[in-house]
Design a protein around this ligand. Structure first.
Ligand code: ATP
Ligand code: MG
Length: 737
């Protein structure tokens, strides 16, 4: 191996060994920040450049679309030429691509659409209702989880025995749901994977084609693959397929870290790593031990936390970077105080000339983001949320997409349900129910059913006219816009359908935002380049709809503004940031309440803590709140056990002392506050944080916060009856109690 090769020179010896190895199966097992993803990127570049492989013969699987785009960019930079022909994407994206290319073989209509989880839930709900089952006894969400779990295991309804009534019923729901999806040409996320798997399994020609094509398959974040994804890779690589000559098998490289397996709750199987060594021949296993990402303090703390888990494959991690700043541990009085502290720290960071985009705020669940967002807004700190409500998940955007979907595929029942009476056009519930019933009895789509009911004069005159007008609208829109550019087509659809007028006529800021989002959708269409998604064979509208369904909220508007990144711990996997805030680190939040009674789940939470901590490069700040409002209830929490598991000499505790609730005389001893109002001016008001006060109208409450000084000073009180409110101290006539 030529270690002077430009692609190897910037790597350590272990990394070089992996990147420069002969063509073979490989496992790179290593802790966070040790360069696994970097190895994968360099390996691909090396295969292209040194082994002279064509980009055509490489399949790379990453965890997010963003990671895929970054990987492609990095490889192109390294080798200096285009990688257009290379398949890089997520499992879902690649499965989608296979299904588009082979829709006939898998029995899908050419215009099939992807059903996102929101639409999936509605479909399941409808099925449960159609089956006359009680939603309370058979909650749609649980049925949906059941269906997805079975699909992730590769199971169709007929594979399921159904021993007891519960399972029999769930199986029947699964069955009816699948029939409805097939009829409507709809494919949910789990179905993408399962269908693509069945395509390869059942169709020898297709399988052989791809087996010949993909000489190398490389998978990042392998610890989070589920059963069907594993089976998929196995089929593609020709392992365990009886009629494949071992000499024709392809090479698979997987990289992963068992300590970062955090999707067990969604069917991921960390055992796939060991299974890989058993199933594949002559696997070269490489362990990387040097961490290049974090300071020694951060690494030491993360290592010590994860050491509390059992059954680890065992890895050591060290770094050359010595020392580093201690991990700040901020004990907040409540979640508002926590958010405000974070905003203050970010302001300071920014004032020192650092970029906002180098900061990440991580939380356990999406619900925590609201208070944090408010604090950012209040402090005028731009932020971007990843993986929250996606642009394409917003109500108005989904409304517009429903029209586009119907134009593309009339049998898309989910789109029909959404669009038929938005905006209102006189198609009432009774009419819709008739359409649904007829569709179910005849096993046809809602669109077909509506047409038949009109023809057979089953609907009364008014209803019939209303439905006919809707059908004509869609057909007319297709005729009119089929030759338009995507942007113009969408613009026309939004206007002609009445959606724009409907939202324009609504009042308030929310409606305003909706109108803006509809316009944004048109620009998104204008800017959409199907080449980016490598769906160049698809008609633009279909490529765009697939993009809208598969994009997971990683790419959002305002890409270029310098903004703080906010996301759940789960979506931070694989990323790194100079400054990281890990928030809500309390017993009951993180680890979550549900995970505390089950050893397996608790360990998964601990891995999540490890993932969170190891995102930080220079500085990690951990915060927790002693009191937090969860679902409208104030909960008292202790610091998370994970904090207790960190070495205390790595932590710098910061605490805002506070008064006992009923004590009048004790003084608030505040640590850091960054509101612009000094502690002294606040004291002059005669109130202190945490103090109980009474208001004539709002009743009793607790002082949470303050800002400003003199006559402008304002105080925030969390009232027992009406919640938190900001009041001007001079007018509020608050009394201590
Ligand atoms: P994770 O488990 O979090 O996904 P990883 O193992 O994939 O982490 P990378 O993201 O590939 O780690 O690398 C972490 C950081 O270290 C990156 O900034 C990367 O560029 C850098 N790095 C990796 N190897 C080296 C090296 N040999 N020299 C310099 N920097 C390196
Ligand atoms: Mg990585």
């Amino acid at each position: 191996m030529d270690t002077q090769h430009p692609l190897l020179a910037s790597l350590n010896p272990k990394q070089q060994q992996a990147v420069g190895a002969d063509e073979r199966n490989m496992l790179v097992l290593a802790g966070a920040g040790s360069g696994k993803t970097r190895v994968l990127v360099h390996r691909i570049a090396y295969l292209l450049q040194h082994e002279q492989l064509s980009p055509f013969s490489i399949l790379a699987v990453t965890f997010t679309n963003k990671a895929a785009a970054e990987m492609r960019g990095r490889i192109e930079q390294l080798i200096g030429s285009s990688t257009r022909a290379m398949w890089i994407g997520t499992f879902h994206g690649l499965a989608h691509r296979l299904l588009r290319a082979h829709y006939l073989e898998v029995g899908l209509p050419q215009s099939f659409q992807i059903l996102d989880s929101d639409d999936q839930l509605r479909m399941v709900k409808r099925i449960i209702k159609d089956m006359n089952l009680d939603e309370k006894r058979w909650p749609p969400k649980q049925a949906m989880w059941y269906i997805n779990a079975k699909k992730d295991e590769g199971l169709r309804p007929h594979h399921i025995d159904g021993y007891d009534l519960t399972e029999q019923t769930l199986k029947a729901i699964y069955d009816a749901y699948q029939v409805a999806c097939d009829r409507a040409g709809l494919v949910d996320f789990a179905e993408l994977l399962l269908r693509a798997y069945e395509l390869l399994r059942n169709n020898r020609f297709v399988r052989e084609h791809y087996q010949r094509r993909f000489r190398h398959i490389l998978v990042d974040e392998f610890q989070d693959t589920n059963a069907i994804q594993y089976a998929w890779i196995k089929l593609l690589s020709g392992v365990g397929v009886p009629d494949v000559d071992p000499a024709d098998r392809n090479y698979v490289t997987i990289v992963g870290d068992d300590d970062q397996s955090i999707y067990g709750w969604r069917g991921a199987r960390v055992e796939n790593i060991q299974q890989f060594i058993k199933d594949y021949d002559d696997v070269l296993t490489i362990r990387l031990e040097q961490n290049y990402r974090s300071t020694d303090v951060i690494l030491r703390a993360a290592n010590q936390v994860i050491a509390n888990n059992n059954d680890r494959l065992g890895k050591e991690l060290w770094t050359e970077a010595d020392g580093g700043e201690l991990i700040d541990l901020y004990t907040a009085f409540n979640e508002l105080d926590e958010a405000r502290y974070i905003a203050g720290q970010i302001e300071r960071w920014h004032e020192h000339g650092n970029a906002l985009q180098d900061v990440a705020i991580l939380y356990r669940s999406n619900a925590q983001s609201r208070v944090l967002e408010e604090a950012m807004l209040h402090a005028r700190i731009p932020y971007r949320i990843y993986g929250g409500l996606r642009f394409f998940d917003r109500q108005e955007v989904k409304d517009a997409l429903a029209y586009l979907r119907l134009i593309s595929n009339r049998d898309d029942d989910a789109a029909f349900e959404r669009a038929h009476n938005t905006p209102a056009r006189g198609i009432g519930n009774t009419t819709l129910q008739k359409i649904r019933d007829h569709a179910r009895n005849e096993q046809i789509s809602l669109w077909q059913s509506a047409k038949q009911l009109i023809q057979d004069k089953v609907l009364n005159g008014r209803a019939s006219n209303a439905v006919q007008a809707f059908l004509d609208l869609i057909t007319g829109l297709e005729d009119e816009t089929s030759e338009y550019s995507l942007g113009r087509q969408t613009d026309t659809v939004i206007k002609r359908s009445g959606l724009m007028a409907m939202y324009e006529s609504e009042k308030g800021e929310k409606a305003q935002t909706r109108v803006e989002n509809l316009k944004e959708l048109v620009s998104a269409c204008d800017n959409f380049d199907s080449f980016d998604d490598h769906e160049e064979d698809l008609p633009p509208l279909q490529a765009f709809l697939a993009h809208a369904a598969l994009e997971s909220g990683e790419t959002q508007a305002d890409q270029h503004q310098d903004a703080v990144q906010m996301m759940t711990l789960h979506s931070a996997k694989g990323l790194e940031f100079p400054l990281v805030f890990m928030t809500g680190v309390e017993e009951g939040m993180f680890p979550s309440q549900q995970s505390m009674d089950e050893a397996g789940r608790l360990e998964e939470e601990r891995r999540l803590a490890y993932v969170g901590m190891t995102r930080a490069m220079q500085k990690l700040v951990i915060t927790y709140a002693e009191q937090r409002r969860v679902y409208g209830q104030d909960m008292l929490h202790r610091a998370s056990r994970f904090i207790g598991e960190m070495p205390s000499d790595a932590l710098n505790p910061i605490r805002m002392g506070r008064v006992a609730r009923s004590s009048e005389n004790s003084q608030p001893a505040m640590g850091r506050f960054h509101s612009g109002a000094s502690h002294e001016t606040f004291q002059q008001t005669g109130f202190s944080l945490g103090q109980r006060v009474r208001h004539v109208k709002f009743g009793e409450g607790t002082v949470l916060n303050y800002e400003g000084s003199g006559p402008q000073s304002r105080i925030q009180v969390n009232f027992d009856e009406v919640g938190a409110k900001w009041l001007v101290v001079a007018y509020a006539r608050l009394e201590r109690c």
